[in-house]
Ligand binder design. Structure first.
Ligand code: HAM
Length: 435
């Protein structure tokens, strides 16, 4: 009897070879840009103590209240699959003493886990590329991070579809003051609030500002804006950031309602959003978190960062075919017919791999028709097929077929390796090999 198939968990997506070429191309561009701004890569554990996220993200946030994958390990300790990268990065920085009294620019890539309702662009396991800067408190670095992301969008050909939303939520004291204003305003309109807002009114009233409910947004029009309560330093910081973006020619939209869903932010918060992906249009988000290092037990260190959601970015790139995605998995397909020819093929392919380390080559002995192999080679995107066959006198014969120019020629056997090496090297310098 046929057994039941086991399927992937809801919201956990497989990335098949056909997807991977797109992801690798995007990741290569992001990495190139991030490196060019002087960042070093850090690799962090996927699981951390639950208390880390509760303390960093805030215990009254959607992420910690509803979305974390939290388990007990065999020792009874509560551990959590990371829902984001900032908390782990700060924890590691403090633990290894690499934040104190120094400037640190770190970036990471990897899966994050949130138990959210899956839909297009929203998954329970998703990938982020994140960047965090420690030790710099002025607005220059906020601007530089935004410029870095803008450069990524330019190279990915998607600048036209993205819009930068910017806000300042001020200092902790600013927010405390504003909380009181907000609470008394909301209490005066309590009958008009939805359940979500009522739940948040005392625990996290600021989050009500970015409620998706249009009635709430209408109601909030009468609320005095947070910017009127900003502390003087935060106002200067924000003006400094806006100035720098103006100088660099980066358009932005100040969104007074942008407060972000994680509690660690202060001053600058930003999001890059698109209208082209439906409800899940935030591609990248971040901001300042000057109090988090101290909150997690380190010495007070200013910090700012962002994370890009890779699945959403890939959806956007694919939506607009904004960069060429290579469909080429190999360069050369080598076919041999006969045992002696097979041995020659083995030696030749290893020599070619020695000579050209970037070469992507598949070797196959010819079972079935040559036509079948040609079709396979084309499907893998090969430009060349090398056929090692027997000629009419029984000697080996080497043929090079070029799919691109639709030509075919015999290669002299004694010099085959050096002739092919020169030819293939020439080909490899003219196409994108390092996907
Ligand atoms: P976040 O806004 O929670 O911020 O997530 C960053 C990005 O991850 C989002 O803009 C979105 O593109 C993507 N993302 C979030 N949740 C999902 C999901 N369920 N499925 C697919 N993509 C998703 C943070 O995580 C902060 N740690 C960013 C940061 C770094 N702030 C300062 N430094």
């Amino acid at each position: 009897m046929k057994k039941n198939k086991i399927q992937a968990l809801r919201g956990m997506k497989d990335q098949l070879p056909i997807d991977i070429t797109c992801y690798q191309k995007i990741e290569r561009i992001l990495k190139q840009v991030i490196n060019s701004y002087g960042f070093s890569k850090i690799r962090l554990p996927i699981v951390e103590k639950t208390s880390l996220f509760k303390r960093a993200i805030g215990s009254v946030t959607d992420v910690t209240e509803k979305e974390m994958y939290t388990f007990q390990d065999r020792n009874g300790e509560s551990i959590t699959l990371r829902p984001e990268g900032t908390a782990g990065c700060v924890r590691a920085g403090i633990e290894h003493g690499i934040l104190y009294h120094q400037e640190q620019r770190l970036w990471y890539i990897g899966p994050m886990f949130r138990y959210e309702r899956p839909q297009k662009g929203r998954y329970r396991q998703f990938y982020q590329v994140g960047a965090e800067v420690f030790g710099l408190k002025g607005p220059n670095i906020d601007a530089e991070l935004i410029l870095m992301t803008a450069r990524c969008w330019k190279l990915l050909g998607i600048s036209h579809y993205l819009r930068l939303e910017l806000n300042s939520i001020g200092s902790l004291e600013t927010r405390k003051k504003y909380h009181n204003i907000l609470i008394s305003f909301l209490r005066n309109h309590i009958t008009l609030l939805d359940k979500d807002c009522k739940d948040r009114i005392y625990s996290n009233p600021l989050r009500i500002l970015d409620s998706k409910n249009p009635h709430i947004q209408e109601l909030l029009k009468d609320l005095p804006p947070l910017k009127d309560y900003l502390d003087i330093e935060s106002s200067h910081h924000f003006l400094g950031l806006c100035d720098q973006l103006d100088i660099a020619g980066i358009p932005y939209h100040i969104n007074q309602r942008l407060v972000r869903g994680l509690d660690y932010y202060n001053r600058t918060v930003f999001e890059w959003t698109t209208n082209s992906l439906g409800a899940q249009g935030t591609i990248c988000s971040g901001g300042r978190y000057d109090d988090l290092v101290e909150e997690l037990g380190g010495t007070s260190t200013p910090a700012v960062g962002f994370a890009i959601g890779l699945e959403r970015l890939a959806l956007l790139v694919r939506n607009f075919n904004s960069i060429p995605i290579p469909n080429q998995i190999i360069d050369v397909y080598l076919i041999t017919k006969g045992e002696k020819q097979n041995n020659l093929g083995l030696i030749l392919s290893e020599q070619l791999r020695d000579n050209i380390p970037d070469l992507k080559l598949i070797r196959n002995s010819c079972e079935g028709s040559l036509k079948k192999h040609f079709t396979h080679a084309m499907k893998l995107g090969a430009r060349f097929v090398i056929i090692i066959n027997k000629d009419t006198e029984g000697a080996e014969e080497l043929i090079l077929k070029d799919f691109l120019n639709n030509t075919q020629k015999n290669i002299e056997k004694t010099n085959a390796c050096s002739i092919l090496t020169t030819l293939l090297r020439m080909h490899l310098t003219t196409h994108d090999i390092s996907i």
